[in-house]
Design a protein around this ligand. Sequence first.
Ligand code: KG4
Ligand code: ZN
Length: 361
Amino acid sequence: MIILGIETSCDETAAAIVELVDKNKGAKILSNVVASSADMHAKTGGIIPEEAARNQVESIIPVVQEALINAFNDISGIRDLKSGISKIDAIAVTYGPGLIGSLLVGVETAKTLSLMWNKPLIPVNHLVAHIYANFVVHDDPQPACADRSTNNNPPKFPALSLVVSGGHTDMVMVHSHGDIKWIGGTRDDAAGEAFDKTARLLGLPYPGGPAISKEADKYLEMNSDSLDLFPRPMIGSDDFDWSFSGLKTSVLNYTKQNSDINVPHLSAEIQEAIVDVLVKKSIKAVEKYNPKSFILSGGVSANNRLKEKFHEEFKNRETKFFAPQPKLSTDNAVAIAACAFYYDDKKPWEEVDANPELEIV
Ligand code: KG4
Ligand code: ZN
């Protein structure tokens, strides 16, 4: 089965062609195209929804076209896309959550293609799809050492998953495909949002996560002092919830009270505070639920420090740790198509609508 995935929930415009031969092995990437307007948003310090959507309207067709050309390399040019299109069994698209203008670009494009090409349409929940980035066959023969999760087979159930993105921080228990229970989440800002907002306070560009991580690495290369400048709210609470808005206030107060700001040091402190609470609460959940797999997912799963700490924690545990290949951590269409394989929830195009407020369950 071959699926065309389309993802436009935030500032990325992505299309991918993915093939599934064996559900026990995971989905195989045939092509993966991501066009980002992050450079544009870096200049404004954050996403301007209207600008993001306009950009997506312009790039969606070229991106889908490139995904088709890259997947079916017997195709030489625009006029010869037909044989590639005929190999596609279904179209999968993110229908929420996300920015309404952005979501509409992907959803309406997918509906139009579904009607034009007479292919079934599978609407996909973006947050659930992040988990399915871990159900994709690794195609990098020499993965970076920070990404040592080169498990050849997909995660086994029951699995706990921590979905950490720019807008969400959710801990869920996945009993089987489609059977997901929410067990905790953030009470205010998402973990990615905490990276983005504190980065801005340090004068670092959007998106803040990679920028903070890069600065933190500079500090961590030279120092091994403990990093405990900022508070870890709710770290000892009995639930599986987080709170990140206090971190932003602490960083703001610190920058107001101190004139000589050491950006690499503060970045390492911010990263450590976020990573610390994410890891501690996750391990508490692992001890309570004893899952077969622990699946890290969402944009923040690109963070090397977070992955290193999890790898360390899972070294001597029976629960197997999974993190996506780095290129599949942040928003992409491979995860959307992979999720569609396992859910296979085909809908007539007339019944598919964007839902910006969709939750993970
Ligand atoms: O999943 P994602 O690509 O988009 C949403 O669904 O929100 O996540 C984006 C978030 C941003 O907040 C970004 O700062 C964060 O993921 N992020 C990172 C890293 N790369 C992206 N956070 C920490 N370290 C990173 N290396
Ligand atoms: Zn995302």
